[in-house]
Design a protein around this ligand. Sequence first.
Ligand SMILES: Nc1ncnc2c1ncn2[C@@H]1O[C@H](COP(=O)(O)OP(=O)(O)O)[C@@H](O)[C@H]1O
Ligand SMILES: N[C@@H](CC(=O)OP(=O)(O)O)C(=O)O
Length: 565
Amino acid sequence: MAVALRFAAVARDSPAAAAPPRVGREQQYLACAAVARPGGRCSRRRGLVVRCQSGAAAVVLNKDDAASVAAAAASSATGFTVAMKFGGSSVASAERMREVADLILSFPEETPVVVLSAMGKTTNNLLLAGEKAVSCGAPKASEIPELAVIKELHVRTIDELGLDRSIVSGLLEELEQLLKGVAMMKELTPRTRDYLVSFGECMSTRIFAAYLNKLGKKARQYDAFDIGFITTDDFTNADILEATYPAVAKRLQGDWIDDPAIPIVTGFLGKGWKSCAVTTLGRGGSDLTATTIGKALGLREIQVWKDVDGVLTCDPNICANAIPVPYLTFEEAAELAYFGAQVLHPQSMRPAKEGDIPVRVKNSYNRRAPGTVITKTRDLSKSILTSIVLKSNITMLDIVSTRMLGQYGFLAKVFSIFEDLGISVDCVATSEVSISLTLDPSKLWCRELIQQELDHVVEELEKIAVVHLLQHRSIISLIGNVQRSSLILEKAFNVLRRNGVNVQMISQGASKVNISLVVHDSEAKQCIQALHSAFFENGFLSEVEEEDLQHNGSPVSPNGVIYGN
Ligand SMILES: Nc1ncnc2c1ncn2[C@@H]1O[C@H](COP(=O)(O)OP(=O)(O)O)[C@@H](O)[C@H]1O
Ligand SMILES: N[C@@H](CC(=O)OP(=O)(O)O)C(=O)O
């Protein structure tokens, strides 16, 4: 509970910290309680009044509250207000870095913690360079074209920003050595792959911190794996462990108190708790870095700056007419991300939801656009469909029990097979004797489900069922107010029928924000375009609102509650 210890020290020494602006007396006491019981645990019953070091009485509600209040209190003391994450597209060049610096400086009232991704396509280039190194032979490793592209981009950016090349020269040399090592070993393990891609974020943050310092804004670069981002050892797709929150808070707050400077933190990276090696959080993982910092420090807001005007009604690469969605709940955003919307990392909503910290998705190329605000709840009374998401190249299984009707334990057996093989399932639809499901081709994106593994699944399932394996399928997820599912499905099926598409599976999860339809890959994009046009481009949503008004004299919520007069 070093966070709270730090806070306790501040509380004694600093008048500002003794009365943090955003945390009331009662909450300070909670923070103190966490000090009184190192580790945030109260050795007595919860809710008991305890004495903390300063002698003040404290009521411990629960461990999480105490820890997050301690973080919030200490954060108020240090002054961090927002996390600002800038993705690869936002820091792709010297010009973009200037723009981002200007953007940060345009909020003088904020004390941000900045999280950066690698510049532009650097992560892809590092991965390609690694793959080429496996087969090119050691003498040719230095000539891999992607290595040259990476060097040229970073050196040019440094030159254009008027910085010293030594900022990244050591890292570039190390990178070349690493590629030679891969070439010699003729092997690129997941562990090496993570180490390799870490160079992207390590370089972008060093350059940016140096640039801010050059502008006279004091900044300090941090490698996430050195400041307490502790993860599982699942290389290429690691999960953040709980110990991360207090460790990161302690480090960032401690440094700020000693010597205030804006932290510039590498996104995407962590440190495996057993291996102590560099891990990565899955593609797009810098969003998760930002929300983790937000929760650790109890910040007011987490901003993720992208190259689009927020979360859109559809992937703009599929529907050019996609429009921004102004508000989302954490649940909607998580479903949207999990079911394929590249705009947010699938796990990134978890810390924000746990810490109840709003996430704002903004466009660094168009600052004035309001973006999307993601919060715990929102008014869903007028909401019908929010966004349409595509996840393609999915494998689907139809499994029909070979036993009699009413056999118990069938579903349990099917799912135990998946559990044993470590394969997760996305969507499920069941009847008495059959089950259709889609397989997540990787835990998320990193591991392709190879044919051998699929054959093995089928082999195991065939011991209890007749199995049909259907590949090249797509999940179309309709994210919206599922309490209006009849209306959504009526419209959607109308559109699909007109387009001659047969839906192969339907699944409506318990989340109440997502209806998933499975179609063949070859039909998916056309379906999405037709659905988007029907729901968002032809006045459908306002037509329904009008209809609700006519029928009820007021917009009606799906459960019959009438809103307004
Ligand atoms: N529903 C959606 N809303 C917004 N962007 C989307 C959506 N689906 C896919 N995208 C894509 O996600 C991109 C932004 O995400 P990402 O590339 O991870 O940004 P960054 O690298 O800046 O963090 C957009 O450029 C867009 O092409
Ligand atoms: N650079 C990593 C991590 C990341 O979050 O990137 P971006 O913010 O550009 O999606 C990647 O490309 O996956």
